[in-house]
Design a protein around this ligand. Structure first.
Ligand code: SF4
Ligand code: FES
Length: 249
C-alpha cells in the first residue's frame, strides 16, 4: 500500500507545531502502525532529517506508553486496541492518515507525538497505594473476597494509564483514569483504610493538574483500549461525596 501521512511535527514544547506530509510507500498490511512509522523514520534518517518522535515500549498493549490520535480517534480506528496493536490492514491503498499527539493542557507536548503524562503519575502518587500489611502471596488468598467484587477490581486494574480517555474527552477530563486507579483499591478489603482519603487526595490532585471536569459525555469509555467502564466514575463520585460529608476518615 502507498499511504499519505500528515504528521504533527513540533520540535520542542515551546515551539509552534504544524502538520508535515510524508508519502509512506510499499507499506505491508501485516505491519503494525508503529512499525509503519519505524519505516518512515528509517527513510527520514537516511535523508538526514529528524525522525518522528513517539512514545512506545512493550508494543503489546500492556504498558500504556504509546498513544496518538489517528484520524481524529485516540489509538486509531479499532475498538479496545492500543495504537501499537493496530495493524495496517485497517487501511486501504491510497488512504490519507492524520496523526497527532494527545491534546490536553495537562499533557503538554514534549516533541512531535510525545506528551508529558507525569500528571497521571502525580495522581497515582496522591492515593494509589495501600498501607495495610498484606503478607506474602498465599496470605492474600486467605482473605475472602466475593468473586463479583474481585472481578470488578481486576477490570478497573486493567487501566494502563495511556491517556486516551483524556484525549477523547471534550473537557480533557481525567475522571476515567482516576476512577479506575481509585476503584481497583477501593473495592478490596486491603484498600479500605485509605478509601475516602484516597478519593479526596486523588481528585484534588487531578484538579490541581489542570484536567477538565467530567460532564458525562462517555467519549472516554469509547476510546479506552482496555474497556474501562464509566461505572468507575459513578463509584468515585459517590465516595467523593461520602468523604466530603465527613462520614468517613
Ligand atoms: S482509563 Fe483507559 S484510556 Fe484512560 S488511561 Fe486508563 S486505559 Fe487509558
Ligand atoms: S507500547 Fe506498550 S501499550 Fe503500546
Amino acid at each position: 500500500m502507498n499511504l499519505t501521512l500528515h504528521v504533527w511535527r513540533q520540535p520542542s514544547p515551546e515551539s509552534k507545531g504544524s502538520f508535515v506530509t510524508y508519502e509512506a510507500e510499499s507499506v505491508d498490511r501485516h505491519m503494525s502502525f508503529l512499525e509503519m512509522l519505524d519505516v518512515v523514520n528509517g527513510d527520514l534518517i537516511e535523508r538526514g532529517e529528524e525522525p518522528i518522535a513517539f512514545d512506545h515500549d512493550c508494543r503489546e498493549g500492556i504498558c500504556g506508553s504509546c498513544g496518538m490520535v489517528v484520524n481524529g480517534r485516540p489509538h486509531g480506528p479499532w475498538d479496545d486496541t492500543t495504537v501499537c496493536q493496530l495493524h495496517m490492514r485497517a487501511y486501504e491503498d491510497g488512504d490519507e492518515i492524520w496523526i497527532e499527539p494527545w491534546r490536553a493542557a495537562a499533557f503538554p507536548v514534549v516533541k512531535d507525538l510525545m506528551v508529558d503524562r507525569s500528571s497521571f503519575d502525580r495522581i497515582i502518587a496522591a492515593g494509589g497505594y495501600i498501607t495495610a500489611r498484606t503478607g506474602s502471596p498465599p496470605d492474600a488468598n486467605a482473605i475472602p473476597v466475593p468473586k463479583d467484587v474481585s472481578d470488578r477490581a481486576m477490570d478497573a486494574a486493567e487501566c494502563i494509564g495511556c491517556g486516551a480517555c483524556v484525549a477523547a474527552c471534550p473537557n480533557a477530563s481525567a475522571m476515567l483514569f482516576t476512577s479506575a486507579k481509585a476503584t481497583h483499591l477501593n473495592l478490596m478489603p486491603q484498600g479500605q483504610p485509605e478509601r475516602y482519603r484516597r478519593v479526596l487526595d486523588m481528585v484534588l490532585q487531578m484538579e490541581a493538574e489542570n484536567f477538565g471536569n467530567c460532564s458525562n459525555h462517555g467519549a472516554c469509555e469509547v476510546a479506552c483500549p482496555k474497556g474501562i467502564s464509566i461505572e468507575n466514575i459513578a463509584m468515585l463520585n459517590r465516595d467523593f461525596l461520602t468523604a466530603l460529608a465527613g462520614r468517613a476518615d
